[in-house]
Structures are given as C-alpha cells and as structure tokens.
Design a protein around this ligand. Structure first.
Ligand code: ADP
Ligand code: MG
Length: 588
C-alpha cells in the first residue's frame, strides 16, 4: 500500500527552503534520519572517499513497496506529512520530502528496498536525478541507499568540499550524534574498509544508564567520568542530561550535544541555559561538557526554521531556559556540597570557588585606563633607556611577593607591581609568536607520547588540521579509536605539566574556519602561553622576579597579557606623595 504523496504547493511553499545536501555528512544525516523514521533498529553505514565516492546505508526498517520506491525520489514526495498543520504534531525527523530528491540530483543513486513479508523487493537507480533503471530485487526487509559520485555533475559544489580528513570528521560526528540520541540502535560505521565505530544496542535503551554508557562511548570514558546526571520531568518537558561537575569542566566548548526528541539541535537558548546554570562553578576558559536529551511536546517547538532541521525554535524559550539553567545549577550545587569539606585544606571561608586567580577577564576584557595607574610620563630623571618601553624605569629593587601572585618592586621612587602570571604569559606569547613568524615554532619530541582521549570526530578534526598544529610545534598521531598521541610539543613548553590541557584548548581554536586562521592562531598561541606561563601561586625569588621584568621589557607590549588583562600597576612617587597628603604633592 503506497503511502508517499506529493506535498501540495501551498504546503511546501511554507516549508523552510534551501539546500540540504551541501556535503557528504549532510546527506548521511538525511539518510540516517530516514532509516530512523522507518523504525530501523540496525543501521550499517559504509563510506569510501570520505563519502564522496560512495556512501551506503542499510537499515532493517519498514522498507518501501514498489510504488513508494518509485515515488520517493520526487520533489516534495513524503509519507510523513500531508498538510502544513501536521508539523504541529510531527513525530518524524523528515517532513520536507526533499532529501532523496536532492541527493539523487547530484549523484548516482540506487535504492534497494523491501517491506516485511513481501514476495519481492524493488530497486531503482538514478543518475543526476533521472531514473535509469528499476526492477525487482530480493525480498530483504529494509532499505539500502547507495550514493555514488556525490556532486559529480556539480563541480562548483565539489570544490566547496574541504579535505578528506575534514569531511570524514563531519561524517563521524553525524554517526556519533545518532548513537548518542538512540541508545537502542545498533549502529555500525565503516570508512575506507575500516570499522571506525560500532555501537551495540543498549539493553533498556530508554534508561539513564543506557544514555550514560553511550555518552561514555562517544566522549571517551575518561571525559565521561564524573558527569553529573540531571533527570527531571515537568508537564510537557523531560530532561535527561549528563553534565560536568564543578571539578570536571573541560577546556573546550566542543563536548556539548543537545537533542530535542532525539533530534540533534543547536539552539542558542539551550547553550545559554547551560552556561547560566554552571556559571558559579566555571572558571574562565573552562566549559561544561554535556549530553542533554530533552523531550518536549511536538507542538512546543518548531523545526521548520532551517532546511538542515538542526535549528529549532522553542515556543516558550524563556521557560525552557529557566528550567534547564535551574536544573543544571542545582545539580552542580548539590555535587559541590556533597564533597567532604574535610578534604579541603583551606579553613574558614573555604566555600570560595577555586577560580584561576590569575585570570580576571575573558577575551573581550580590555582594561580601561587604570584609575590608579601606571604613569605614562616618567619623571625626567628616570627616563627609560632608549629602545625600552616607557614603563621601564630602572633601577628596580625587588621588595617581595604578595599572595604568591604579585611581585613588588621599588622603581623611580614609587611602587611597581607585576602580575607574575600575566607577565610570564606575555613573554612566552611573544617568543612563541616570533618563532611561528620565522616559519614555525621549534618542536621537541616527547620522550613518552602523551595520549589525549577524544571523541572520534574530534580526533579527525585535529588530524585534518595537522599542518596548523605542526606550525605551532605540535605533532600528533592517531592512537586507537578514541585517543590521540601527542608526540612532539613546542620546545618552549614541552616540559609543561599541562600539555594535555593545552591540546584540548587548541581544539577550540581549530574549530575556526581557515579564513579566521590569523585570529585563531593568535588565540591558540595566547592559550598555549597562558597554560605554560608561571602560575599565580608559584613562589618566585628575587632573581626570577628581576629576570621576568627584564624579559617583559623586551616584549612589544609588556603592559598586558595576550588576553588583554593588565600585567602591571604603578604607584609612582607623585601619586604616593598625593595619597599620603604630603605638603607640596602635585595635584591630580
Ligand atoms: P522526508 O524524509 O522528508 O519524507 P525524503 O526525501 O528523505 O523525505 O524521503 C522521501 C520518502 O521516502 C519518505 O517520506 C519515506 O516514505 C521514504 N523513505 C526514504 N528513506 C526510507 C527508508 N530508509 N526506509 C523506508 N522509507 C524510506
Ligand atoms: Mg528524509
């Protein structure tokens, strides 16, 4: 019994229009959604040539009869909705009836399908959207869609594709998302003949345990360890979420997945809720990892926003925001108080958050002219030596260190204070930049490679940017399916204890498109310098303090750290006199 119909023009004209197949991964996403909509419990995917040469997906779903098989390639041909109002109660991923049409138009496509219990199946082949053959096929229940030579007839789009490694990364992301959203699904993914991912169906697929195990499989068990569980139900709203605890925040924004009714989505409001909820426990540069499954009434959100169906609009986004951020905040707060306070060596007032004391502002933080400030006009007698920055007014006498964070000097009859971390960061940053400017940072092999656990998609992403990393002095190699080995690191930093963290932070900047490479590498370099720099809380002696000052003098801009935070303060002689109301002190 056929069930595919053509949508009437008044229906499809109200559906978000646009290109759905922009790269192999977007076709895979559409095909996977079709398999899930067909009720599949097993899906096998094989790709060759990063999905360009061949992309084959086989499911054990309900299949199509001959008429449906012949109809499914038509434009606006769908079995999922009839009238526009059906979108209000949509329970399928698809509804546009355009994916197969669009994929067929730009590839050589074959569909082999059979409904359960039929005597025979059906097969149809098309090239560039034209059916070239159709006929009976074996009665194997389910559907296989094979897409060959994607974009063979649209060279412009072919050109738009990125490197094989990049496209492979996108493909794996699509598979990971489907695995996270559907713990009951058996999902196999092979690329270039290699089994890249295999998810066995979870028993009790709707249980939080199943979702947690999938999250651990995708994120890596180390990253998933310690994720807090948020499990809440309200009328028309259900949330099952795994989110980083206060001590488990990660240095990348990349480990956040959102699903609404099993659909992978990116909705700003949800991300904002996550950050709002975790704000009290998050230090700058750290991000909560999360895998969040929301179940909402179909009429409470709209997927008809963008043809990729990734963006959704929540009807009462304020409520969802409040709920999600509140739930996250209370889970984090609970996890906090549950930790035995006795383990905390700090006494009274130990509630203080362990924020990185050295980092007071984010990237956009540019200090306004300090109120009690570095005087830019040093007294004539203390003019800086030529070629030195104006703030540099030797001789300096080291007075000591405060809070193991600030270095105090006497200079030019006044007080000069350095933030030791900001200063060290700036020095490393400029040295590192200089090396990169000369053709690449000096790299040093690590005696023992350092394994960094990452989702398979992130690994591919990193590998696809190998050159960029190598310019920064990092060499990486794949290590198993969910880890990378860092085999070399910038010589300036190779001894740092935080190499692993640096690599994770670098992931952030790798997300940026190549066009923004300049800014990204500035950021990456700043990040690396920040991690490698002397930490606040390192005890420094006179020799090291004076060395820091000397090195800072040679920087192009020693007055702030690479993130723009101030590195120094000065209370000069006049200012001191004024503050102590000495007679004859120069007025403000
Ligand atoms: P949509 O998913 O928006 O309906 P598609 O172009 O993706 O549009 O698919 C057209 C139709 O083909 C679907 O509505 C469905 O009836 C049928 N179909 C596609 N893929 C499969 C599959 N794997 N199993 C069964 N039916 C399928
Ligand atoms: Mg579809």
């Amino acid at each position: 019994m056929p069930s595919i119909r053509l949508l009437a023009p008044e229906v499809y004209s109200r559906i978000a229009a646009g290109e759905v197949v922009e790269r192999p991964a977007s076709s895979l996403k559409e095909l996977l959604e079709n398999s899930l909509d067909a009720g599949a419990s097993r899906v096998t995917i094989e790709v060759k040539g990063a999905g360009r040469d061949c992309l084959r997906i086989t499911d054990d779903g309900r299949g199509m009869d001959r008429e449906d098989c012949e109809a499914c390639l038509g434009r606006h041909a769908t079995s999922k909705i009839g009238a526009f109002e059906d979108l209000q109660s949509l329970s399928t991923f698809g509804f546009r009836g355009e994916a197969l049409f669009a994929i067929a138009a730009v590839s050589r496509l074959t569909i082999t399908t059979s409904v359960r219990g039929a005597k025979s199946g059906w097969k149809i082949a098309a090239e560039g959207g034209k059916v070239v053959s159709s006929g009976p096929a074996p009665a194997v229940p389910g559907t296989t869609v094979e897409v060959k030579d994607l974009f063979y007839n649209t060279p412009a789009r072919l050109k738009f594709l990125k490197s094989g490694a990049f496209e492979k990364g996108r493909l794996v992301s699509v598979v990971e998302e489907a695995a996270l959203a559907n713990p009951g699904l058996r999902l196999s993914y092979k690329s270039e003949g290699r089994q890249v991912l295999l998810f066995e169906p979870e028993p009790a697929p709707d249980s939080p345990e199943a979702a947690r195990r999938r999250a651990a499989q995708v994120l890596g068990s180390e990253n998933a360890r310690g994720l807090l569980e948020v499990n809440a139900e309200r009328p028309g709203f259900k949330l099952l979420m795994f989110v980083s605890g206060a001590d488990g925040m990660v240095p990348t924004r990349g480990f956040q997945s959102w699903f609404v009714n099993r659909r992978p989505v990116s909705a700003r409001i949800l991300q904002q809720a996550l950050y709002k909820g975790s704000e009290a426990h998050r230090s700058p540069g750290r991000h909560p990892a999360c895998v969040a499954h929301l179940t909402l009434a179909p009429d409470s959100f709209d997927v008809n926003v963008h043809p990729g169906k990734r963006e959704i609009r929540l009807r009462s986004d304020r409520d969802v925001f409040e709920l999600v951020s509140g739930l996250v905040a209370s889970a984090l707060a609970k996890s906090k108080t549950a930790a035995p306070l006795t383990l905390e060596p700090r006494q009274a007032g130990a509630v203080r958050e362990p924020v990185a004391a050295y980092y007071l502002g984010g990237r956009s933080f540019f200090p306004e002219e300090p109120a009690f400030a570095l005087k830019t006009e040093p007294a004539g007698a203390f003019a800086p030596p030529s070629g030195s920055p104006r703030w540099f007014t030797p001789p300096y006498r080291f007075l000591g260190q405060i809070e193991k964070t600030y270095l105090l000097f006497e200079a030019a009859g006044g007080l000069f204070i350095l933030d030791q971390h900001a200063a060290a960061e700036r020095i490393l940053f400029e040295r590192f930049l200089a090396e990169i400017g000369k053709g690449g940072a000096k790299s040093q092999r690590l005696i023992l490679p350092l394994a960094v656990e990452l989702p398979a998609s992130a690994i591919l992403k990193v590998l696809s940017r190998k050159e960029r990393l190598s310019r920064l002095g990092f060499e990486v190699e794949p290590f198993g399916k969910t880890a990378l080995n860092v085999t070399a690191a910038p010589a300036l930093f190779h001894k740092s204890k935080d190499l692993k963290e640096m690599v994770l932070r670098l992931l952030e900047s790798l997300e940026d498109p190549v066009g923004a490479a300049e800014a990204a590498s500035h950021d990456a370099v700043a990040t690396i310098a920040c991690k490698a720099a002397v930490k606040a809380h390192d005890a420094l002696g006179e020799k090291e303090a004076l060395r820091l000052l000397e090195d800072l003098k040679d920087c192009q801009d020693g007055s702030s750290c690479p993130h723009g935070r101030r590195a120094m303060l000065a209370l000069n002689r006049d200012e001191l006199a004024r503050r102590f109301q000495r007679p004859g002190a120069p007025p403000l």
